[in-house]
Design a protein around this ligand. Structure first.
Ligand SMILES: [Zn+2]
Ligand SMILES: [Zn+2]
Length: 57
């Protein structure tokens, strides 16, 4: 979920180039590490999901 879209749940999709973009296109992160940091600041519970993504890369 996008940590910056707080009004509604917004999925974050990983692009082939490693960039992450939220479903509405308002927010993007250059890599999963930056996204994980954004999530950590917004909500500590989301980080576990991102960790799984990092493992699969
Ligand atoms: Zn967003
Ligand atoms: Zn969004």
């Amino acid at each position: 979920m996008c940590p910056d879209c707080k009004d509604k749940p917004c999925k974050v999709n990983e692009q082939p180039n490693g960039k992450l973009v939220c479903e509405c296109g308002k927010h993007s992160w250059p890599n999963s590490g930056v996204y994980a940091e954004a999530c950590r600041k917004a909500n500590l519970t989301i980080v576990k999901t991102v960790h799984n993504w990092t493992q699969s890369l």
